[in-house]
Design a binder for this molecule. Structure first.
Ligand SMILES: *Cc1c(COP(=O)(O)O)cnc(C)c1O
Length: 334
């Protein structure tokens, strides 16, 4: 079966670079949603915890349950709000507050301009009153940036909005809160960091998705994807490979089938613009559900060791390439 190597040294390198930005490991919350961006939820939780990270962010309670033993706090971004020792829950709408269990730990998400989730600025007072009335334990206030990765002043505009939110919340008598707004792009371009927490995802996995080099932080890909040989054949000139016979051998070729396909979450792509593996081999013809063809006889090939480079070939972003990979691909720690 295809497999993924997880490079612990690279992961720790990235976390160290990020800790330099936040000033301490204590302030890092590792975002582990969607199977740790395809890297393996439990494995990455364990590695992050061994590095000294005490905080995590996930999408739902099912993910949180699997990694509870590793962290002091886990922020659940989108699930029913219940009372829990370790987990706090993002409030995305006013209804979330009304439906929450009394005593639950919550973090108020404020919509400062992305317009995806969160309480509108003019609903803030109402939200804070409701939180009190409902007997919820407000432990944090957060926002998310829509354009931290773009060369514009939008980030600063949203940061200003969030400052106003902070003042309002503190004036309403809440204390001991953690305020957090930064994702990977925001921390990578920030010169100073004065919040209580950073929610870092893609950067920890080794990708700097800023379109222009705002800063010189070198991150290293944590994941590399391998496929194993299934069979080999020698083909004469003019033979056609795979569904539709899209690839026609220009001369006699030794071709092997490898056990990776779109069923594993690998992008099917376009056979007219074949994907080049990190070893420089072109995928020959169409990607099948479980197989690809390569001109190689090696037992194992590295299909991808840099999801950002792969993403360029597929006209997408590193997030999609790694997150799409199936949970069931075995992970090997190196
Ligand atoms: C996914 C997510 C992050 C992490 O973003 P990266 O760009 O991967 O660092 C942070 N905050 C929220 C609310 C998210 O949904």
């Amino acid at each position: 079966m295809a497999f993924i190597k997880i490079n612990k040294q690279n992961f720790y390198h990235n976390l160290n670079q990020i800790a330099l930005k936040t000033g301490s490991v204590e302030k890092i919350a590792i975002v582990l949603k969607d199977n740790a961006y395809g890297h393996g939820l439990i494995l990455m939780a364990r590695l992050a915890s061994e590095f000294g990270i005490h905080h995590a962010v996930v999408r739902n309670m099912a993910e949180a349950e699997q990694i509870k033993a590793f962290f002091q706090t886990i922020l659940v971004l989108g699930d029913r709000i219940i009372q829990d020792e370790v987990c706090s829950f993002a409030i995305n709408t006013l209804d979330d507050i009304k439906e929450a269990d009394k005593g639950a730990k919550v973090e108020l998400k404020v919509d400062t301009g992305m317009h995806r989730n969160g309480i509108a600025l003019d609903e803030l007072d109402m939200a804070l009153d409701l939180i009190k009335a409902q007997g919820l334990d407000l432990v944090g206030v957060m926002t998310h940036y829509r354009a931290a990765d773009e060369l514009s002043s939008e980030l600063f505009w949203q940061q200003k909005q969030f400052e106003t939110v902070k003042h309002k919340v503190l004036k309403s008598g809440f204390s001991g809160l953690r305020f957090h707004s930064h994702n990977s792009a925001a921390i990578l371009r920030s010169k100073s960091f004065d919040e209580e927490l950073l929610r870092v995802g893609i950067g920890a996995y080794g990708y700097n998705e800023l379109p222009v080099p705002f800063d010189k932080t070198v991150l290293k890909p944590v994941m590399s994807l391998y496929a194993k040989k299934v069979s080999t054949r020698v083909l004469k000139e003019g033979e056609r490979i795979g569904y539709g016979g899209d690839f026609i051998t220009p001369s006699s070729m030794t071709v092997s089938t490898y056990d990776l396909g779109y069923g594993d979450g690998w992008c099917r792509g376009d056979s007219r613009q074949p994907y080049m593996t990190s070893e420089g081999l072109a995928i020959l013809g169409r990607v099948s559900m479980d197989f690809i063809a390569l001109e190689s006889e090696k037992e194992e090939v590295c299909v991808m060791n840099d999801a950002q480079a792969a993403a360029k070939q597929f006209a997408t972003i590193s997030y999609e390439v790694t997150t799409s990979l199936s949970d069931s691909i075995p992970k090997q720690l190196v």
